[in-house]
Design a binder for this molecule. Structure first.
Ligand code: 2HA
Ligand code: ZN
Length: 271
């Protein structure tokens, strides 16, 4: 059996957590990450013994047998790299589709992230449209959160503003952005509301809280969040300044044509 502390998937999560902390987006215990592991690869690092079983309380049958590396509830991203075995855990979804089996980690008695319902339901929804789906990242990027106080939350309007703030936005998220109004977090209800949107938009913003981004790997999910946050930062920096020019719908349309991208139907005007 290989040393799991050297496993590439573990090192990657440690790196992402450290970066998110240094960016100032995941203060204290803010943010959480889950990665669906390649079972064959992960098996080389695990004994296979189940340390504990807990009831999930909802059904994720399509994920039965899948392994997830997840950050822990109440754990600080700044500490993940120094002590992965306390701050991270590897869980298997039981064959019944609603039991969690702890295979590794959470050595100081920790539990998986409080946002586990949203993570698992997001994985489930995305895998239905993209079998390559592996990563869900939740973060509290400052400008994205700030924007939810001063910009209408309607998704088309929100998306169009982000698309106009930076040229790469429509290329990175042509399907737009999902936005949820403020809700209590850490429960199944917000998980279901998020998952209902994540099939169509790979990023979903929670007003006055943060964002979820998904992808086939950490670079993709993290990169999506970075792109949203960069556009939100430009929007917040512009603030009360008069806008003298911006990217027009015609220009966004040319950009999509140049990159072979289809923007969400009905989001652009005049084209
Ligand atoms: O785990 O970010 O949404 C801390 C959070 C909850
Ligand atoms: Zn959060």
């Amino acid at each position: 059996m290989y040393n799991i502390l050297e496993a590439p998937f573990l090192r990657e999560v440690c790196g992402a957590a450290a970066n998110l902390y240094r960016l100032g987006w995941d203060e204290r215990n803010g943010g959480n990450i889950s990665v669906r592991l390649d079972r064959e690869l992960a098996g080389r690092y695990l004994s296979g013994a189940v340390r504990s079983r807990t009831e999930l309380g909802f059904d994720v049958s399509p994920l039965a047998g899948e392994l997830f590396l997840v950050t822990g509830s109440g754990k600080y991203f700044k500490n993940v790299a120094d002590c992965p075995q306390n701050n991270l855990g590897i869980l298997r979804i039981g064959e019944d589709g609603h039991t969690l089996e702890l295979l590794w980690g959470f050595e100081d008695g920790g539990r998986p992230t409080s946002e586990l319902p949203t993570h698992l339901l997001n994985h489930m929804e995305r895998m239905a449209v993209d079998p390559e789906q592996r990563v869900v990242v939740h973060s509290h990027p400052t400008n994205t959160v700030a924007m939810t106080f001063v910009h209408p939350l309607e998704e088309r309007t929100f998306t169009r503003t982000l698309w106009r703030m930076s040229t790469e936005c429509i290329v990175v998220f042509p399907e737009g952005i999902g936005v949820l109004p403020w809700m209590v977090c850490g429960n199944l209800e917000i998980g279901q509301a998020t998952a209902a949107k994540i099939r169509e938009t790979r990023a979903v913003i929670w007003a006055a809280h943060g964002v979820f981004g998904v992808g086939k790997d950490l670079d993709e999910a993290f990169g999506l969040i970075e792109t949203v946050e960069k556009a939100a930062e430009i929007y917040m920096k512009i603030g009360e300044h008069a806008i003298l020019q911006s990217i027009t719908d015609q220009e966004l349309s040319s950009l999509c044509a140049a990159f072979g991208i289809t923007p969400r139907a009905g989001y652009l005007e005049f084209v």
